[in-house]
Design a protein around this ligand. Sequence first.
Ligand SMILES: Cc1cc2nc3c(=O)[nH]c(=O)nc-3n(C[C@H](O)[C@H](O)[C@H](O)COP(=O)(O)OP(=O)(O)OC[C@H]3O[C@@H](n4cnc5c(N)ncnc54)[C@H](O)[C@@H]3O)c2cc1C
Length: 394
Amino acid sequence: MKIYDWIIVGAGITGAALSYELALKGFSVLLLEQDPRKQNATRFSYGGVSFSFWSGTTALTHQLFQEGVERHRNLSSELDTNTQFREIDLLLPIAAGDDPDRAAASCSFFGIPPTFLIKQAAKELEPLLNTEAIVGALSVRHGHVSPEATVRGYCEAFVRNGGTIEYVKVTELVRQGDRVVGVSDSTTTYPAANTIICAGGFSRGLLKSVGLSVPVYFTHAEILETPPVEVKLRTLVMSALQQRAQTETAASLGDRDRLWDEEDRVIAPPVLDAGAIQFSDKSIRLGQISRTLTNPRAEVDAKESEAAIRGAIGKILPPLANLPATWHRCLVAFSNDALPLIGAIPSLEGVQIFSGFTSALVLAPPLAKRFANYLAGEDEEMLGQFSPSRFMVR
Ligand SMILES: Cc1cc2nc3c(=O)[nH]c(=O)nc-3n(C[C@H](O)[C@H](O)[C@H](O)COP(=O)(O)OP(=O)(O)OC[C@H]3O[C@@H](n4cnc5c(N)ncnc54)[C@H](O)[C@@H]3O)c2cc1C
């Protein structure tokens, strides 16, 4: 059987972008994806291409966000596709009872600080907004793409550049001594010189198959998706005080890492951050509940979740609360410092990781390009800052 230069596991935005960039470099690349329908975090995301970081801006993140937005502006032409990139307004309503100064402070690190809007101005921007439920809103320009179209574009361009995609579920990494020499599903072994894990919320479990405990975690995210509807939502609406980010940090602090190796553990209580976005086909995604449960297949009560999401949306965007919609869930990877894990995994050769992104849609494209440069022997010193070894890998 052919020995590939690189096997990439997972065809969400991270695996699709990285496979494409590696194929462009002339490597032989096999992209393995378990789900032909790609019902993953990328598929159910809002598609927001943030112009600046949610978790504090440093010179590094500022540069990468700029690179990411620039990349998205040119991606349709580079991939010969239509990623549906556009600029929209991000609207962050501040709920009645919340402190506007606290909300503004929580966004003060934005490279482009959001503007505070009084209720009426917020309503002009987003006519569906319920001004009774808010004290005002923050607003900032934002990018937006179709995540599915972007991944499709990457995958098609990958194949045009000689890449191969197969739809199989990788069940384990194949280890020979201190080296991973490929992957296998239940029937076949796929040999490779190197393997890169881009499996989103499944990355931690896959690396466990070779005895590695890598500090990449996941939330169970739940959303509702409507069919195309006539109602028009103009903006990307997200909560000004995002609870998800705080939950992720708390759920992965210090000693909590070891809890993630226990089965069926609830690490932190669930949080609900109300959000909504309409896509060009007029469908709307309404979200989102985030749960930190260590079992990737943990059961959740879909009906209860749906009612909770509808209730939260009903407060800020009443016309959307009762639209017909289907409940979906997915796993979303994260790291403790909101920066991705990129690079070799200490103590084992032949396996690397490219996962744990927050703001994956904007950051995965530029970092995939830089990572492919690095793997082709070029100098990409900045990637050292994303090495998994910045955390203590056991
Ligand atoms: C409601 C919601 C809104 C969001 N909004 C935004 C946003 O606006 N902007 C933004 O940047 N991010 C957003 N995110 C986060 C973003 O969706 C994720 O960070 C990103 O999609 C992760 O991409 P990924 O490639 O790491 O994972 P995924 O998209 O989950 O892809 C991983 C892939 O690996 C495959 N896989 C896993 N295990 C195996 C295996 N054993 N064998 C083969 N294949 C396997 C899976 O099937 C999957 O297709 C949002 C998330 C949610 C849930």
